[in-house]
Design a protein around this ligand. Structure first.
Ligand code: ACM
Length: 611
């Protein structure tokens, strides 16, 4: 069976040459966003971006061409927009078609920017570095015996072994001393002389990051570490990276690798997005059917092969795996923020629990991702019964004491066709959809607070004339910085994650050979640092951090994530840690130094240099 698809005149041109006569073939695929057929077939059905197209009778050896277009008028930008997991369904079974070549492929790299001699090959750069003359060769460190009990140094040592950096702590190593000092949380001072290294810190994070700095300098300066004194502390307490493991199931080993990478860049919050329209992937005990029936998608499952390269894809995370991830994260000074999604982005949830929707709802609202009926209804008692148990169990599993509730992208006109929602609105004097959304999220947040935890949500959670989620919540400003600035003025704590700068699923460039989405922007390495998380000093104390995001709509294999996250996560780390940006060009130079072999990250990762 010959099959090929390419981008032509802003459409997808697909051609098939079957090796047998087929009278009942249905072309099935998923894509970046909802698709329709413009020629050569008949649209049958769609679930979000998963689409089925009936083809006319096909004759063996004769080519048939059909054209697909994105329904929202988006011109396909690059190879990531070609059909995913294409197949033909026939009366006699499924015929898989060869997938388009997927994943980021290194584009012609621009010349690496040479690093000036005096630059410490370290990202993020420290607050202060006072160089002395000369350098010292350090292959490993020998700490005073008491320091061997220091968990932070042991954790760094184990990280060095995992990443194949070699031995960090060795009885024959260069002398090193650990001291207490009055420095900020996660801050440290490092004195590097020919006599030895002195680490001064007074927190686990400070000792750990001092070790990470030494480890990095040992790698990037090939052991010849410049002498001098480094004084360092983070700009923001929240230095995050998000991963969407709902659209694509990532092996836990991949998450372990991401945690290692985050730690090497001094990031300290992992935002774990394991629930969305397409799946709920945490093995909770209160409602096992939720993950058991949504972890796999494809033929014979509740949801079709949305965002899948093969017809049966998925998985879920056991509590044992969660505990292992938590243990590793703690070693790496990382807290894990779990996210459940409500009231929207909840197709899988609502399919498992139809009693969370008003059966008399006549609404036909569709989400931007093309889903219908993907919102739970605040007027249904089951909604609250189920969500209460869910937030309790999820919250109890993660010691961070924060639960992210979602609350993004409620489709327009949601609940307007629900008689029960209308009654609820009348009872509570709520006028608009946003008022009801605010009422919903405030009630859910109160449940989290009753469990002794802090609610978090996307920026939309403040909507509604009653003030939305409430001021104890932490908000994530994603559509840009504007909503975060406004909410900060209104007294909310904000994590800045503007899509135009930190959404690492965006393509790096407009090159059609690139890979990624573009609805927010093309995001180069330079773009990840070309913004100010605190554009207005008045709200400085309300902006508590910076976070990168990686959404997995068109990621069908774990390894496709790396060249999207790297090198741009360097920019996230720089923004989250440093007060001032390093000079243009330095980051590109550093990106080269953080190349694949040094971080031991899978192939292709750092070959692109966009600055
Ligand atoms: C989001 O990107 N909808 C948070």
């Amino acid at each position: 069976m010959h099959y090929q698809c390419s981008i032509e005149n802003q459409q997808l041109r697909c051609s098939l040459i079957p090796d047998r006569d087929l009278t009942d073939a249905v072309f099935c695929c998923s894509a970046m966003a909802p698709l329709t057929v413009t020629d050569g077939g008949r649209f049958i059905k769609r679930v979000g971006s998963y689409t089925e197209i009936e083809l006319p009778a096909l004759s063996a050896g004769t080519s048939h061409t059909f054209f697909l277009a994105y329904t929202q008028g988006m011109p396909p930008a690059n190879r990531a927009w070609l059909p995913q997991g294409p197949c033909l369904r026939t009366g006699k079974g499924i015929i898989s078609l060869p997938p388009s070549e997927t994943g980021f492929k290194p584009l012609a790299a621009t010349e690496a920017t040479a690093l000036p001699q005096h630059v410490l090959r370290l990202a993020p750069q420290p607050v202060d570095w006072q160089p002395a003359t000369g350098s010292v060769f350090i292959e490993s460190l020998r700490f005073e015996s008491s320091a061997f009990d220091c968990g932070a140094l042991t954790a760094a040592s184990k990280l060095a072994v995992r990443r194949q950096f070699g031995t960090f702590i060795d009885p024959d190593g260069f002398p090193a001393t650990l001291k207490s000092a009055d420095v900020a949380t996660d801050g440290y001072q490092l004195q590097i002389t020919t006599d030895g290294v002195v680490i001064s810190a007074n927190s686990y994070g400070g000792r750990f990051y001092a070790a990470i700095t030494l480890l990095t300098l040992m790698q990037n300066h090939k052991g010849n570490i410049p002498l001098g004194t480094i004084t360092d502390a983070p700009r923001f307490a929240w230095r995050g990276q998000h991963l969407d493991t709902a659209r694509h199931y990532y092996e836990t080993d991949t998450i372990f690798e991401l945690l290692d990478l985050m730690a090497l860049l001094k990031l300290n919050r992992f935002h774990w997005h394991f629930a969305d329209d397409e799946a709920f992937r945490l093995q909770i005990d209160c409602y096992p059917e939720l993950w058991q029936q949504t972890e796999m998608r494809g033929e014979g499952h509740l949801l079709p092969a949305i965002f899948s390269a093969d017809r049966q894809a998925g998985g879920s995370y056991s509590k044992q795996e969660v505990r292992q991830l938590l243990e590793r994260a703690a070693e790496l000074n990382i807290e894990i923020l779990p996210e459940i999604e409500a009231p929207a982005h909840a197709l899988a949830f609502a399919r498992i629990f139809p009693q969370t929707r008003d059966p008399d709802d006549t609404g036909t609202e569709t989400s931007v991702q093309g889903y219908e009926k993907n919102v739970v209804n605040p007027a249904m008692p089951h909604t609250w019964e189920i969500l209460a148990k869910l937030v309790r169990e999820v919250g109890a599993l993660f010691p961070f004491g924060h639960v992210h509730l979602g609350c993004d992208e409620l489709p327009a006109n949601t609940w307007s066709g629900s008689p029960r929602a209308k009654l609820l609105m009348a009872r509570h004097n709520l006028q608009t959809r946003d008022d009801l959304s605010g009422w919903f999220i405030a009630k859910l947040a109160a449940m989290v607070e009753e469990n002794g935890q802090r609610p978090a949500a996307w920026e939309e959670a403040v909507l509604g004339s009653n003030g939305g989620i409430g001021h104890n919540a932490l908000l994530f400003s994603w559509s840009g910085q504007g909503p975060g600035i406004q909410a900060a003025r209104n007294g909310y704590d904000i994590v800045m994650c503007p899509a135009q700068h930190v959404y690492l699923d965006m393509a790096h460039s407009d090159n059609p050979d690139d890979w990624g989405a573009n609805w927010a922007a093309y995001v180069s390495l330079a773009d990840t640092i070309a913004w100010d998380p605190v554009p207005n000093p008045e709200i400085a104390d309300k902006i508590i951090g910076v976070q990168g995001a990686f959404w997995s709509e068109f990621t069908t294999r774990d390894e496709q994530m790396w060249p999207m996250i790297l090198p741009r996560i360097l920019g996230i780390a720089v923004k989250a840690w440093q007060e001032d940006d390093i000079r243009p060009g330095t980051l590109a130079g550093l990106a080269v130094h953080y190349k694949q072999s040094e971080l031991n990250i899978p192939a292709g990762t750092l070959q692109k240099n966009t600055e």
